[in-house]
Ligand binder design. Structure first.
Ligand SMILES: N[C@@H](CCC(=O)N[C@@H](CS)C(=O)NCC(=O)O)C(=O)O
Length: 215
């Protein structure tokens, strides 16, 4: 069986589970041996990346690399189309999530703790996020939403965190029309709705650990 080294609140582990659920693969999860960032875990995977896959001794880090490997090793319930240009566009959308949108979400995480709350930093992160969401809105206009695709695995989890955090922090994140419709469609798919049911308590636990009584 596939083993995933994961931690409960990791966004990229949730992204990977959406692909596993869609592809109807069985897996088990373990905490990273030796702990996050430990020498022992880095002896298994030098980058220390979470998630990391262990497929019968074949070790692979990075959610995107893992999903592409699973797609090739287990082609059923595919997340990729045949056409090379469509495949390339799926990868472009997925990388936009991992390298452009989600890194802006990360700017919000340290600001959740009331001790670190800084309105000017919340404002700067909000401006950066609105710019990325506007770009995503334009990019989405080229896609119909029919069945789950490679790039659909990361976005729903980033949207969950963004709503949960900005509900608490305030700020003025603007959700463009195509993004709202996309989020609604993602939640209607079985893989995303199952993952949200599993993952949401971990999001709430993380927020409670940062917000304490001020929640
Ligand atoms: N691009 C990577 C990002 C994964 C990532 O940022 N993982 C965090 C946890 S959510 C991590 O590895 N933290 C531990 C570390 O950096 O040592 C992926 O898609 O797997």
């Amino acid at each position: 069986m596939l083993t995933i080294y994961a931690i409960p609140h990791s966004l990229y582990c949730a992204k990977l589970r959406i692909a596993l659920r869609h592809k109807q693969l069985e897996w088990k999860e373990e905490l990273p041996p030796g702990g996050v960032g430990s020498d022992h875990f880095r002896s298994i995977i030098p980058s220390g990346n979470i998630p990391t896959l262990n497929d019968g001794g074949f070790i692979l880090g990075d959610s995107e690399a893992i999903i592409e490997y699973l797609e090739e090793a287990h082609p059923d319930n595919s997340l990729m189309p045949e056409n090379p240009r469509h495949r390339a566009k799926y990868r472009e959308m997925s990388r936009f999530h991992d390298t452009r949108l989600e890194p802006v979400l990360r700017q919000f995480f340290p600001l959740v703790d009331p001790a670190n709350r800084d309105q000017s930093q919340i404002g700067a992160a909000t401006i950066a996020m609105n710019a990325r969401l506007a770009q995503l809105d334009a990019m989405l206009s080229g896609f119909d939403h029919v069945t789950l695709r490679l790039f659909d695995c990361g976005y729903p989890i980033t949207f969950i965190w963004l709503r949960a955090i900005t509900d608490r922090l305030g700020g003025a994140v603007q959700w463009p029309e195509n993004v709202v419709a996309y989020d609604r469609w993602l939640r209607s798919t079985h893989a995303v709705s199952e993952e949200i049911a599993h993952y949401m308590p971990h999001v709430e636990d993380w927020l409670a650990s940062k917000l304490g009584a001020s929640q």
